[in-house]
Design a protein around this ligand. Structure first.
Ligand code: GLN
Length: 548
């Protein structure tokens, strides 16, 4: 069978959940036994989102092979349970970089290098790349941005060309739009969808299926109207209604028969029904919690939920695994200090200190860690959160009052967190951190080994600074243990305080590999510790429904 290609574009507005629709369709196709991958083409000129502030673009998601990518890849992995790679996220910057490099090498000698055909050829080559590996039956490609954006045009043009270059039965185009509900008129409005599809058709791309994001159910009249004006088959207008959980969307899409339409188009109507029992079992636990906990997420990008997307999703997975609703309270680290920390965190069952870069909010993170350590509150530090728990311990327990990370205080006389030698001569910022999956060997009797149930793990990294092992002896003698190390370099990846009920800091990003069906073990154990702490504090962690 030829590899089949699904292209997903969006119109009217951003944030309609194009990535979730793409991932939901991919999930349904995978659940019928097909080998599926998803890729995202982003129209911005950055080579990757690694140098973008999370406020601009949400979290930067890291793959096993060390690519810094769009957060939608996180959704792809969470939905499909398969690992993505550098090839799954392509930006305009990467395309132009490749074309300009070829031009300098003389690959186009004598020719004027142009958007069509040179840029579009490079886009198409990459759109087909994963399909050509022979590893996939279906490649779903999501194009970022909105149809009509100046930046998206070369991508839409590439889809237009592929529409004719690929056999009809190997190509399908899905367009996601918004059908707004006007409360005053009590009416759903289709005009923005009509305009969006017009823009797509003017660019030469004909959508086979239109998915309408809506807060109200779409009547058959509305569906017929959209089909009529947008030139698609009457049954091929479907709704994506607001859902209580993103993990509900595959079920909603199944109900709308999105996967059936796609398979029919591809001539694959003989496949078995999708096996989505595991997803249903997860949703059942998610929707029917028996317990609840309050967990603080102390960070500096708290105003934008997308900045901590994978952490928030990991709590959803770990909560369901514990039959527990996890209420995550994001706490702006900038406003936390030693005098107000008890007020801000006193009612929390557990405290997580988030990853991050730069000075802002750092002292608040340190104050939160001190509070968790001294008051036996379950604590989980990730990346910068782990680095700061070493700084806090060095300052308060070892009495090294100027202990710091040289990232923030290069002049400190106690650089407990410092650059590795090979990072000291790195001047280029993009793509040069310690990135991607690395093995980590766990001490046999550690909390980490108990949590993971093994002594060798692999987790993904994204950082430049490391625990300075010159301080290891003193820190261990005072009661904080290094319990996980990189087997090749000996770098410390995990620290724990064995005398504390639950205190763990990890240099890697465990949140990146959590999925509904395989929740991340540290998150699961952390939620469990939060439940135990709530029972100890309040006598019960029973779920109480919130009043509407
Ligand atoms: N800023 C720290 C470093 O580069 C931590 C990074 C992070 O939390 N992802 O090492």
């Amino acid at each position: 069978m030829n590899t089949k290609y699904v292209f997903v574009t969006g119109g009217v507005a951003s944030s309609l959940g194009k990535g979730i629709i793409a991932a939901s369709l991919a999930k349904l196709l995978q659940a019928r036994g097909l080998r599926v991958t998803i890729q995202k083409f982003d129209p911005y000129i950055n080579i990757d989102p690694g140098t973008l502030n999370p406020y601009e673009h949400g979290e930067c998601y890291v793959t096993d092979d060390g690519a810094e990518t769009d957060l939608d890849l996180g959704h792809y992995e969470r939905f499909l349970g398969v690992h993505t790679s550098k090839a799954n996220n392509v930006t305009t910057g990467r395309i132009y970089n490749a074309v300009i490099r070829k031009e300098r090498e003389g690959a186009y000698l004598g020719k004027t290098v142009q958007i069509v055909p040179h840029i579009t050829d490079e886009i198409k080559r990459r759109m087909l790349l994963l399909g050509r590996t022979g590893k996939y039956d279906i490649v779903v490609t999501e194009v970022g941005g909105t149809v009509g954006d100046m930046e998206s045009q070369p991508f839409i043009e590439s889809i237009r060309q592929l529409q004719w270059e690929l056999p009809d039965e190997d190509f399908i185009s899905i367009h996601l739009t918004l059908v707004p509900y006007l409360r005053a008129a009590k009416e759903l409005k289709t005009k923005p969808t009509q305009h969006s599809v017009q823009a797509l058709q003017q660019a030469g791309v004909h959508p086979d299926i239109i998915v309408c994001r809506t807060e109200m159910p779409l009547s058959s009249d509305i569906r017929r109207k959209v089909a009529l004006f947008c030139n698609v088959k009457p049954g091929h207008v479907i709704q994506s209604i607001d859902a209580p959980s993103i993990y509900q969307v595959p079920l909603n899409m199944e109900e709308e028969r999105l996967d059936e339409m796609v398979l029919e188009h591809f001539g694959l109507n003989h496949l078995p029904d999708p096996d989505i029992a595991p997803l249903k079992a997860f949703l059942d636990k998610l929707y029917n919690p028996k317990k609840m906990v309050d967990i603080a997420l102390v960070g500096k990008y708290v105003e934008l939920q997308d900045a901590y997307k994978s952490i928030l999703e990991s709590f959803i997975h770990a909560g369901a695994a514990n039959d527990c609703k996890v209420r995550v309270h994001t706490v702006q680290a900038e406003y936390v200090n030693d005098s107000n920390v008890a007020g801000k965190l006193g009612d929390m069952d557990a405290i997580l200190v988030a990853p991050g870069f730069g000075e802002r909010g750092l002292e608040g993170k340190i104050a939160s860690i001190k509070y968790a350590r001294e008051n036996n509150v379950p604590f989980f530090g990730i990346c910068l959160g782990m680095q700061m728990c070493i700084v806090e311990f060095a300052r308060d327990v070892l009495g090294l009052s100027d202990a710091a990370s040289t990232e923030l205080h290069p002049e400190t006389t106690n650089p407990v967190i410092d650059l590795m030698e090979d990072q000291k001569c790195t001047t280029i910022k993009g793509g040069t951190m310690r990135l991607g999956a690395y093995d980590c060997k766990l001490d046999k009797d550690s909390l980490a080994a108990k949590i993971y149930g093994t002594d060798l793990i692999s987790e993904r990294h994204r950082h430049r600074y490391e625990f300075n092992s010159d301080y290891l002896g003193k820190i261990e003698a005072a009661g904080m243990k290094a319990t996980g190390r990189n087997p090749e370099t000996g770098l410390v990846e995990i620290v724990e305080i064995p005398s504390h009920p639950f205190f763990i800091g990890v240099q890697f990003h465990p949140e990146l590999m959590s999925t509904p069906e395989k929740p991340q073990p540290i998150f699961v154990a952390f939620v469990k510790a939060a439940i135990d702490n709530r029972i100890a504090r309040k006598g019960s962690a029973d779920f109480v429904a919130e009043e509407a």
